[in-house]
Ligand binder design. Structure first.
Ligand code: SF4
Length: 270
């Protein structure tokens, strides 16, 4: 029997190297000392206007409650985007971190590894779309890692990096699973420029925000780690597509506060 390759060490070493380099850039230098060629593109910052056509099941949202998934697939017209001020509060640090990541990560890679800004590269898995953030590739070995920059609280980052626990409610691992499987499918297509690459895992360069200051961190997951999350996510998409009406049980949780279907969900639950 052929043993399954375990890429934990590769991902752990790459994450540690990347974090060390990020630390030097952010903690050890002013931006005027940064190597030439680091370009921070902040053009996309600010509130976004979501096209109603674009509401639907998404690979990055595999964690949403079953009711959200159902509404997205069946009644997207009830999606109410958050006010611009809430969007700014909720997304601005994350968007800024993503812009900085694209600029600095090419300078934080170990030998033989290259960071590629894959912003807006579309991937699909069983008809559900997603958009990548970054790819880290090793051309010699034909290995590929999916990178997705995250800004989060320390509590949240800890939960993510302890992702084997089933109580990670924000969906980082669901997203990791979906993206890896979708990228796998792409790497099998002989028309893809990544044809023949092996997807070995997912990393998230992180900006950890908190009352006592901000810090840098990095998390990672291997393909083996995320397999159970892939199944959970696919089950949730399947329910959204197959149920004739939204799942009956409405559990009001903290997440509901930020849900774009909350107004409709409340009415619908009575
Ligand atoms: S308001 Fe809460 S229960 Fe209703 S769809 Fe949104 S997250 Fe789910």
């Amino acid at each position: 029997m052929v043993a399954r390759a375990n890429f934990s060490e590769e991902l752990r070493d790459l994450s540690a190297h990347m974090l060390g380099k990020m630390d030097i850039l952010f903690d050890g230098k002013s931006t005027s000392e940064w190597p030439k060629g680091i370009k921070i593109d902040t053009a996309d910052l600010g509130p976004r206007v979501t096209d109603q056509q674009e509401i639907g099941l998404r690979l990055s949202h595999g964690m949403d409650c079953d009711r959200v998934q159902w509404y997205k697939h069946n009644e997207p017209q009830f999606h109410v985007p958050p006010p611009a001020m809430i969007q700014l509060e909720k997304f601005s640090v994350g968007d800024l971190w993503e812009a900085y990541s694209h600029g600095i990560l090419p300078h934080c890679m170990p030998t033989d590894w290259t960071y590629i800004n894959a912003k807006n590269m579309e991937i699909t898995l069983r008809g559900i779309k997603g958009h990548l953030d970054g790819l880290i590739i090793n051309k010699k070995k034909k290995w590929l890692i999916i990178s997705d920059s995250k800004a989060s609280s320390g509590f949240r980052h800890k939960k993510w990096t302890e992702g084997h626990k089933p109580d990670e409610p924000w969906g980082n691992w669901n997203q990791a699973a979906n993206y890896c499987y979708a990228m796998d499918a792409l790497c099998r297509r002989d028309t893809s420029k990544y044809h023949g690459y092996k997807v070995i895992g997912f990393v998230w360069p992180a900006l950890v925000t908190g009352g006592f200051g901000w810090d840098l961190a990095a998390g990672w997951a291997t393909r083996q780690d995320i397999e159970p999350w892939h199944k959970k996510t696919q089950d949730s998409y399947r329910r959204a597509k197959s149920l004739a009406s939204p799942p009956i049980r409405w559990q009001h949780t903290n997440v509901c506060k930020y849900c774009n279907f909350r107004q409709h969900c409340k009415k619908d639950s009575r």
